[in-house]
Design a protein around this ligand. Structure first.
Ligand code: AMP
Ligand code: MG
Length: 344
């Protein structure tokens, strides 16, 4: 199959929508990361997503809509809880996915056998136009090969999926840079299953009590059932091994420089760069978590492009604000290996 790389024009948006209506797959820009979209109401189209990505069949997909009323229009959810309305009011369109009890209108392929469905209304104008012109909700996981860092540019999508999907629409670099925050309303207390651009602090401001699923910060015990199936897979990992250090700034610099050789790199903050004697991949300013989130996957892909690198040292991020999302992706990229210099 030839994959079309389409510029972000009205004509191409219409073309992408037509491909989707006809059961095809299109990489679409969103403010979180690029999504690999298919008609969410067509189980056969959705099955192609799993094949193209090499995604495990038990990992459900997020359904993307272009208006809150689409939830009722397509009969996706049994009953929309008041909490969902509050969240939508505060954070939609935007990087928040809401999980609710689903109806039978949602194909099994989308919800991977669960009795719930994950729904998001993205803020990216191109994504909105493609969804509304397709005339159906779109199931769209991140448009990467399963296991590799999520794509934040159209070229990332091409590098993973060229030849496997119909088209990619180039809408520029994703603003947030990390996948959406996922919150489930299918439990007695709302619970965050994955942190993202909408922070747990912001969610608590709107809903009051919000729990944090233990899989967000910790490795799942062997055999434990993941509330969010995606959380059990090793994720976001470049080919080099990522080693996370729990330490202060000076200890980080000192440790990396002492362990440096020609195969070592640092994934670090701008302030560290002049002090480090290794190849540096920059996340951004130390306290700018949004910038670190924006850059993380792009930097992981750049590290992948350097065959020479075998070990990448990074610091355990702060859990504050969007820092928690950066933390969550980095500990997964590191397979939860953290060296605690404070204890040594
Ligand atoms: P991706 O779209 O690739 O960012 O992955 C979607 C994430 O949302 C994965 O971690 C899924 O496991 C999770 N997810 C999607 N639908 C559900 C659901 N119904 N219940 C729990 N987690 C879900
Ligand atoms: Mg993904």
């Amino acid at each position: 199959m030839k994959t079309l790389l389409l510029e972000n024009t009205e004509e191409n948006i219409a073309r992408a929508a037509e491909i989707l209506r006809n059961g095809g797959l299109v990489g679409i820009p969103t403010e979180t990361v690029y999504g690999l979209a298919a008609n969410a109401l067509d189980g056969n189209a959705v099955a192609k997503i799993f094949k193209a990505k090499g995604r495990p069949a038990d990992n459900p997909l997020i359904v993307h809509i272009s208006d809150f009323s689409d939830i009722d229009r397509f009969n996706l959810v049994e009953q929309v809880p008041d909490t969902a309305k509050k969240l939508a009011e505060a954070f939609w369109p935007g990087p928040l996915t809401i999980i609710m009890k689903r109806t039978d209108a949602v194909p099994n392929e989308v919800s991977a056998g669960l009795d719930t469905v994950a729904i998001r209304f993205p803020s990216h104008k191109t994504a909105q136009a493609i969804i509304s012109q397709a005339g159906v909700p779109l199931a769209a996981p991140s448009a990467n090969l399963s296991g590799s860092p999520s794509p934040t540019t159209a070229l990332h999508v091409m590098s993973d999926l060229n030849g496997k999907i119909d088209a990619v629409v180039d809408g520029g670099m994703s603003d947030v840079g990390l996948e959406s925050t996922v919150i489930t309303l299918a439990k007695s207390v709302p619970r965050v299953l994955r942190p993202g651009g909408v922070t747990i602090e912001q969610l608590r401001e709107v809903l009051g009590e919000v729990e944090l699923d233990s899989a967000v910060l910790h490795r799942l015990a062997d055999g434990a059932k993941a509330a969010s199936p995606g959380m059990k897979y090793k994720h976001y990992a470049p080919k080099a091994s990522v080693v996370l250090l729990k330490c202060n700034d000076c200890e980080y610099i000192d440790y990396v420089n002492r362990n440096a050789d020609e195969h070592t790199a640092a994934l670090c903050c701008d302030e560290d760069i002049p002090l480090l004697n290794v190849v540096c991949y920059r996340l951004g300013k130390r306290n700018d978590y949004a910038l670190q989130a924006h850059r993380l996957f792009d930097e992981l892909r750049k590290i992948d492009g350097n065959q020479n690198i075998r070990t990448v040292y990074s610091r355990l991020p702060s859990l504050e604000g969007v820092g928690m999302a950066v933390y969550n992706r980095l500990v997964r990229a590191a397979g939860f290996e953290v060296i605690d210099l404070e204890k040594m």
